[in-house]
Design a protein around this ligand. Structure first.
Ligand code: GLN
Length: 457
């Protein structure tokens, strides 16, 4: 049934880069027969899942949205994917994304744009736009995404679904095509907080193949969710939340501000105390993020030399082969970022850019952790706007970068967040689009954060 829905929605939305019906149906049949024999087939038995195309899938093409990786078929599964399969999930296919995760609208994909299921004239967000749109269009029950500077939360917000960016190191990055290694996180996008919690429980946990993955034991995030039919009238009594002041002012759409105010009222009705907190370095996080992310990317992407992965450019000698492979394989936004990252890391500029950005990162982390010492969670929109029109920001990279203001600080600090729908903007004008709210928690506080989000939802 999901494959049928996938294909019928696909002509309009273009969420997928690869779908393997036969493989998915074989997996499903296998799980079915094991179930019939009374076997324990895992907590996600038969659940149809989509996987962002920057996560390696054994035997299924993985391009990270790049022409340069066209034809690359991994010989192994990323750890998160392997854990999903071991839990019984059925991988339907690979979802579209901005090339190597570089973008906020899915328009930087080397293959195709994806369209927003709420209104196909609008973008689904990015870079995990294919995953978020596929979940919103019910082409799958849940999907994996990755979040370097907001790529799970912002598309979840644009598509009206739930996205979880875990603490850095909570989910293994083994088999994730690297963008910026000190920021990259793998996490779920789903139709509800409970579904996202179920997926996170399966994919989280230590991994010998990723030295930055935490050894901390994983909680059962689903078990902690309170049964909703049995809640007291004030289930959030004694919870102290704080709105981030710097994320609520200038530059935020009126419709987003109004939806967030409604969410705050709802949280207060549920018993939570909602105050305001100021994070003075909040705005400085954005330029610091772009310096750090692009510096790391310029180093990570040097491996695409035409020798080991994907497409090889034609040339008569080695250096020309590198150049022609990179020139024909990598898109213009990726080239821009490699150039900027290389510049920021060059001798003579390193102190002015990279080192300064790392200092700002320390400030951001310190401020957020201090605030989280006083409050149970911080609150802000997931994006300053709702989904914009296809093409609207494509020729203005800086304005697209600015849209990441709400999300990047968390990656700099390594903290977890849940993005969940909190209403609509634009109903009056007859073009309602979803608004997403971020709940930001303490490092490794996913269980508490999901509990809170579940009650709100
Ligand atoms: N939009 C941000 C960027 O382009 C974040 C992308 C991401 O999280 N992968 O860097």
């Amino acid at each position: 049934a999901y494959l049928r829905q996938l294909h019928s929605a696909e002509t309009q939305l273009q969420c997928f880069l690869a779908v393997d019906d036969e493989y998915a149906l074989r997996q499903a049949a296998l799980i079915d027969s094991r179930l019939a024999q009374g076997e324990d087939v895992g907590p996600l038995a038969g659940v149809p899942i989509a996987v962002k195309d920057n996560l390696c899938t054994q035997g299924l093409q993985t391009t990270a949205g790049s022409r340069g990786l066209h034809g690359f078929v991994p010989t192994y599964d990323a750890t998160a994917v392997a854990r999903l399969r071991a839990a019984g999930a059925v991988v339907l296919g690979k979802t579209n994304m901005d090339e190597f995760g570089m973008g906020s609208s899915c328009e930087n994909s080397g293959y195709q744009p994806t369209f927003n299921p709420w209104d196909t004239k609008h973008v689904p967000g990015g870079s995990s736009g294919g995953s978020a749109a596929a979940v919103a269009a019910k082409q799958c029950i849940a999907a994996l995404g990755s979040d370097t500077g907001g790529s799970i939360r912002q598309p979840a917000s644009f598509c009206g679904v739930v996205g979880v960016k875990p603490t850095y190191g909570r989910v293994s990055r083994n088999g994730l095509v690297a963008y910026a290694s000190s920021l990259d996180c793998v996490g779920p996008i789903a139709q509800s907080v409970a579904d996202a919690a179920a997926v996170l429980t399966v994919i989280a946990g230590s991994d010998l193949a990723d030295a930055t993955c935490s050894q901390k034991p994983v909680e059962d995030y689903t078990a902690g969710l309170l049964p909703l039919d049995n809640l007291s009238s004030k289930p959030l009594a004694f919870k102290r939340l704080a709105l981030i002041q710097e994320a609520c002012g200038e530059g935020v759409d009126a419709g987003v501000t109004a939806a967030l105010a409604g969410a705050v009222r709802h949280l207060q009705e549920l018993g939570a105390e909602v105050e305001q907190v100021s994070l003075p370095s909040f705005a400085a996080g954005l330029p610091a993020y772009y310096v750090i992310a692009l510096s790391e990317a310029s180093s990570n992407l040097s491996r695409y030399d035409g020798v080991r992965f994907g497409q090889r450019g034609a040339a008569n000698e080695l250096k020309n082969m590198y150049a022609s492979s990179r020139h024909s394989g990598l898109g213009s936004e990726v080239a821009r970022r490699i150039l900027m990252g290389t510049y920021a890391l060059s001798a003579g500029y390193y102190d002015a850019y990279y080192k300064r950005a790392q200092q700002v990162r320390t400030l951001v982390r310190r401020e957020m952790n201090m605030a989280l010492g006083r409050f149970d969670a911080l609150l802000c929109p997931a994006a300053p706007t709702t989904a914009y029109r296809v093409g609207e920001k494509l020729c203005d990279p800086l304005s697209m970068y600015k849209g990441d203001l709400m999300t990047v600080n968390l990656n700099l600090a390594g903290l977890p967040a849940v993005c969940l729908p909190c209403g609509f903007s634009g109903q009056a004008a007859g073009n309602a689009l979803p608004v997403g709210m971020q709940l930001i928690g303490r490092a490794f506080g996913e269980a508490d954060l999901l509990k809170l989000a579940h009650i709100y939802e």
